[in-house]
Design a protein around this ligand. Sequence first.
Ligand code: PXG
Ligand code: PLP
Length: 442
Amino acid sequence: MNDIANRKNQLDMAAYWMPFTANRQFKADPRLLVAASGMFYRTDDGREVLDGTAGLWCVNAGHGRPEIAAAVGPQLLALDYAPSFQMGHPLAFDFATALAKIAPAGLDRIFFTNSGSESVDTALKIALAYHRACGQGQRTRLIGREKGYHGVGFGGISVGGLVNNRRAFLTLPGADHLRHTLDPERNALSRGQPAHGAERADDLERLIALHGAETIAAVIVEPVVGSAGVLPPPVGYLERLRALCTRHGILLIFDEVITGFGRLGAPFAAQYFGVTPDLMTTAKGLTNGAFPMGAVFASRGVHDALVQGPENAIELFHGYTYSGHPAACAAGLATLEIYAREGLLTRAAELAPTWEAAIHALRDCPHVIDIRNLGLMGAVELAPRPDAPGARGYEVMVAALKAGLLVRFTGDTLAFSPPLIINEAQIERLAATLRSVLADLK
Ligand code: PXG
Ligand code: PLP
């Protein structure tokens, strides 16, 4: 530890090109984490920091779980790697079976990837292949939504709705978007799902009228928008989208990379809302963030339409070198055991009222214009400083870190998704720290 701490000033930071980071700003004043346990990170200068974000929305069971380490280490010694194409190993089957048991009804065919971005590209490709297998190969359009984040692959940015992630790059032809559901005029400071906006699901009807339903393969949405600042769906919105997709033969994909594995108080958002998609993308909490892995859950209908034909023919020309990696499966199985033993897939439902009260109590803090929450997700939106949009978000992140709290920011919106092991005292501590930081914010 001391070694790491003492190296801060000697670290050569030039070679590492950091993702989604202001590299030069960071390297001029680095923020380094060197250890983590339970609800806390430790910084290079030896301070404890309460993890308000579960890393990047992924460490749902808290940090440093010995069960996961104990599963991964021996697995690497017993079978470090097995080819994923035309070969198998037992843990991949065991892990898929275990996931099928907690999956929304019928979504029990599992394709492994290594990240959320890969899960999204996989689900979009499965959707296209599915329609082709059903004799509807003209269904090639992919519909996303404004403000959606579906990772950084070309498929994901094409259906994604965040302009900074798109403008420098090509996107797939034929992608189109529903409007987002953020509506502060009607819904600001709503607790839980906002009352207004279900009718925006009818945007799909407008796109159908514009393009023809028979050209549309799939609609992909985050059941609760994460990256763009925690937007719970308006009451009735997801139900309406589901009904429209079913009526028009369009596959519905829920991107549950953030909402999966207990974030809302049910294993998946699909179960929380009682709305079942045809495909579901996951990653992050799948292995408690301890090992890179993703998974796509497909319905029997989608799977069975594709997995047919001659028995010696590959049914889907898709997969990754590391699909179902043995160590990732070991980490995932150990993670699911922790979730089950500690009741973490439903714990957010118990904590949600405390969480909601704590975060909404910040409404009288300076600059706060909106607060949103669902399950153990939350966002506090600040008015942008007129001459410097985004500055307040960044300044709060830096000040909170100094005050012992890790927060995420996107623009001037602060986002929270603490590990699901958080207790009520830690929720109060999180809110109190934020209150003091906001009090000093210019
Ligand atoms: N879909 C959704 C809904 C996500 O939230 C991805 C796909 C991509 O996953 P990978 O594993 O390829 O990053 C994500 C990832 C943030 C933040 O702070 C959010 C994500 C990743 C990093 C930061 O908002 N979400
Ligand atoms: N690029 C090259 C040259 C490869 O050989 C492969 C895989 O064999 C890939 C990319 C894809 O890598 P992955 O399967 O890890 O996604």
